[in-house]
Design a protein around this ligand. Structure first.
Ligand SMILES: [Zn+2]
Length: 246
């Protein structure tokens, strides 16, 4: 995906990601992890870790096994818990946990990604407690969040917490604008911009960012439903902060 090529802005952050990957390679990775950091580092961790957990040949670089050549959403052992509206609902958590009873189909592991973990409803968090504590041996839970302190203390105590240092300058609107418009608009690009706009809104509480965020989310849904990319791009340009971006 295009954002995996974004250069890590902080060398300490890059070193932390390496340490995490090394822990996985050496079999030292806890099964229930909280990965806390900004959206970029979350993307980086996922793009490094998930393929290694799913690979059928021990995560060799350049591997072309079935798992390494399948997009995650289509992979039978990859499960993602995401928000519907403002929260990740307990019903979805039930469904995910139920699907873990059977062992993995292709991979050595089943990977459950919960993102953003801070949007788990309290009910969903309570339900997940005992599952995070004693997952089946083949299950890896990855809870990604910018706000780990908003998780229940009992969730935090059951997970190994990797807290990533703050990245560099995340006000790099020019850079993001160039990336967003330099090629045809795709759903992946919009997702990255959505994370970024959400971060700006959370940091500044400025309603303009909320508008950008909401517009990006609705544009993403249109693109996913095979909507017209040019119309979608025009909608984003109307609210985008850098209007000189064509
Ligand atoms: Zn592989």
């Amino acid at each position: 995906m295009w954002w995996t090529s974004i250069a890590m802005k902080s060398s300490s952050q890059a070193a932390q990601v390496e340490a995490l990957v090394e822990a996985q390679q050496q079999g030292r990775l806890a099964q229930s992890l909280i990965i806390s950091g900004d959206a970029e580092v979350q993307d980086e961790v996922l793009s490094r870790l998930v393929p290694r957990l799913l690979c059928e040949n021990g995560g060799q670089p350049g591997c072309t096994c079935r798992s390494c050549t399948t997009a995650w959403p289509q992979h039978p052992d990859y499960i993602e818990l995401v928000r519907e509206g403002h929260a990740i609902r307990v019903g979805d958590a039930h469904e995910a946990v139920d699907s873990l009873v059977a062992g993995p189909l292709w991979s050595p592991s089943k990977v459950v990604v919960i993102r953003p973990a801070d949007s788990l409803s309290r009910e969903a968090e309570s339900y997940l407690l005992k599952h995070l504590e004693e997952p089946p041996a083949y299950v890896h839970y990855l809870l990604l969040t910018e706000f780990p302190d908003s998780l229940l203390a009992t969730i935090r105590s059951r997970c190994h917490h990797w807290r990533f240092a703050k990245g560099g300058n995340d006000d790099d609107v020019v850079d993001l604008t160039q990336r967003l418009w330099s090629e045809p608009l795709t759903a992946e690009r919009v997702v990255q911009a959505t994370y970024w706009a959400r971060r700006q809104y959370v940091r500044t509480a400025h309603p303009a960012w909320l508008t950008v965020w909401e517009t990006l989310e609705s544009t993403y849904r249109q693109l996913e439903a095979n909507g017209n990319a040019e119309l979608a791009a025009a909608q984003i340009r109307r609210v985008w902060p850098m209007t000189q971006a064509r």
